[in-house]
Design a protein around this ligand. Sequence first.
Ligand SMILES: [Zn+2]
Length: 311
Amino acid sequence: MWQRFCQQQQQQRLPHALLLSGVAGLGKQQFAKAIVANVLCMSLKNDNSPCGQCHSCQLLSAGNHPDHIEIMPEEVGKQIKIDQIRGLKEKQQLTTSVASWKSIIISPADAMNVSANNSLLKLLEEPQQNTLLILVSDKPERLPITIRSRCQSYPFSSPPTEQALAWLATQNVNNQNDELEKILQLASGAPIKVLEMLDANINEQYQQIERDFDAILSGQANPIALATSWKNFELSEVLQYLHYLIKKRLIELMKTEQKSTKNRHYLKISDCIMSTIKLTSSLNNVNKTLLTEDFIVSVMQITHNSEYKVR
Ligand SMILES: [Zn+2]
């Protein structure tokens, strides 16, 4: 991906807008920042990396470059508002003051609300000379197609497991008892996400979620209380983990028994998890507590009235 960018830059074929997409934890932010450092540097080195010495490089590393803007929600998890995008237009019309390019990072781009999207679309329709707009998104499907189609796509994909584990080893994280491989799977193969998960003591969280899930299966859970307690977790991560659990249990079950009621239940629950995952990723501003309650109730209905002994 980096080579592709360098090639475009050297051939002076850089587009006006890029969309860096892919699951969280693949380094899209770092990549966007590296691009910015490159286009703003006034004397790139022979290997196309920024010199780190010029006035422009120094301003950027001081976090105070007049030709660079970063737009993000004012609070984590909130929307990017139209005023934040409107300001860009005025800024874009100014000439550059230090570098020969202007750069803008919008991240996460899918956090823009409808009016912010419309305002950005106008900018994309009238691209300015030597201005590079970089959109970063874990959920590009939430961006309007009119915006996506005006950006050149840089899709990030997860590296092969071996490569990810090897990189994690360079960060002093080692694969003990295949634990790391499990976490990597839960992180959709994204190694930087694994580091974050380990920092957040994810194993304890998952043990709690597994206990809760067993309570749901055996009909002992209180959906309202549980949905409230799950507010402490990222819902999409809980669902990914449940999906992983149910898959694992299905595989174990298929080793021991032929068709059983439990087998059918697990398949139904798996469908239920998948459709809830779809809902969380397709809807902005979804009421997550309500969605969680609905999910728990649906699973309890599947296992209701059956002799349910967990595992
Ligand atoms: Zn420089």
